[in-house]
Design a protein around this ligand. Sequence first.
Ligand SMILES: Cc1ncc(COP(=O)(O)O)c(C=O)c1O
Length: 359
Amino acid sequence: MSSVIHPQARMSLNQLELPGPIKKMYYTENTYKFDLSNSTNPYGGSYAEYPFLNSLDLRKVYLETISDTNAIFYPKVKFPKVDLNQLLFTVGSIEGIDLVLRAFCEPHKDAICTLDPTFPAYVHWAKIHGLSVKSVPMRGENFEYIDHQEVVKANPKILFICNPNNPTGTVIQNETIVKLCQSIQGLVVVDEAYIEFADQPSILQYLPSVKNLIILRTLSKAWGMAGLRCGIVLADPKVIETLRYIQIPFGLSMPSQKLVKKRLQNPHKIIDSWQKIKKERDNLFFALSQMNSIRKIYKSSANFIFMRLNDHMRYMSALQKADIYVADCSHVLPDSIKVSISTPKAHREFIKALSGSPL
Ligand SMILES: Cc1ncc(COP(=O)(O)O)c(C=O)c1O
């Protein structure tokens, strides 16, 4: 197997070579006076050239920003210095999920493991790639405990842990996840799409010592840039190098990169909004816990609240009539919905729609 490819990668990757420019551009920016390699139109204007692929500059900016953010929220935690070759930008973190499956799993042979209920995309993509799925149910009244033995027994090639979890909003302690990483041979993907809303730091602390840990982050949620489609994979350099072999080149467009950089360099307004969203989450939780239409509501460490309704059909149609769209999660847990934390006005309308008495 090629020395740059991860030893657990899919066998067929061993036969691949990275095309020259793609290989080079991860380590250096393109600084040629004339780049005559790409057959682009010189009269095309600002976006005539291909974007920098996993731009060194943007990677530096991202790592500086998350390091500053970690220092603001967790001044006592010692986070490691993340190297530039431990980071890969993706087209949303959804691409990160697909890349990891494609890079490391053999179709019709390997299995992944999910801790359910969780984000259905892991299973969706695993099936597309011909993988089997071992579902280990989360234990506890609020789905807060992992059945460690069951996960070890499942022996997955990849274990997906969504932390905080979508749709339940529950959070698992990083130390519990690290123990799992140490107990299985496969890779552990920790999807931290909502980590900024949790009262727990990122598992990034453990990245240097836990080699089978892969962290997925996104700028779609707390960072408010879903439309720009920017996700991040943080992992051991060998994992990152392997993902680069199979990533569709130039996915993160030039306008996206520019706008992402701008927000990351001026993050204060968006960071301030996280406190506001957490406060609104607590207000909405309190208001909903008083309501007859709700059978159970789950404490959330994310920017949404998961709940089970007393009369799902009736209240879903009440919400529809009020022109309010929420995530119907009854496919993962009967009668459940997930509602995003939004503005006080949107919450008032949502509460009003759920306030009618059942028929
Ligand atoms: C847990 C989780 N991971 C990943 C994603 C994908 O996010 P994106 O592709 O926008 O980065 C989502 C989106 O809903 C999510 O809830």
